[in-house]
Design a protein around this ligand. Structure first.
Ligand SMILES: [Zn+2]
Length: 150
């Protein structure tokens, strides 16, 4: 069992479909006087509880809020990926997002440093005939938003 693949359902499918195309989506409230963007995706605005919330493209830019270098994680497949930088970033649109920072040495990490999103393909990669035979087969094409220095 893998712990890095999200559950994809009818509600979050637009988000994952966009991610697979290299686009980060946010949910933005359309209620008058609110207009707040949020993440992770929820069906209701977490600020005013309006249901008038829709998908909008995010700029894909963020600043580093905090991070933790993970040296040990026994949940597959993280064990073969350590060490990695688990991070919380502030998207320019406002929402705070849990993610990972890649392509950056530990000593170079700074609070507030500008980051830009990229997408890491999860699952077994591009090879055919390597179906892992689990879930709904999303593992082969799901892409996870992670960030690197801008
Ligand atoms: Zn709202």
């Amino acid at each position: 069992m893998r712990s890095d693949l999200p559950e994809v359902d009818a509600f979050t499918r637009p988000y994952w479909d966009a991610a697979a195309e290299g686009r980060l989506l946010l949910r933005r409230c359309r209620a008058e006087g609110c207009g707040a963007a949020h993440h992770y995706p929820r069906e209701f605005c977490p600020y005013c509880w309006s249901e008038e919330v829709g998908w909008v493209p995010a700029a894909g830019r963020a600043t580093l809020y905090t991070w933790s270098v993970v040296h040990r994680n026994d949940l597959p497949p993280f064990g073969e990926r350590v060490p990695y930088v688990a991070a919380v970033v502030d998207l320019v649109e406002g929402p705070r997002m849990m993610t990972e920072v890649t392509d950056c040495a530990e000593s170079e990490l700074r609070i507030g440093m500008p980051l830009v999103v990229h997408f890491r393909r999860q699952g077994q990669g591009q090879g055919q005939g390597q179906d892992e035979g689990e879930g709904e087969g999303v593992g082969g094409r799901i892409a996870i938003p992670v960030f690197r220095p801008a």
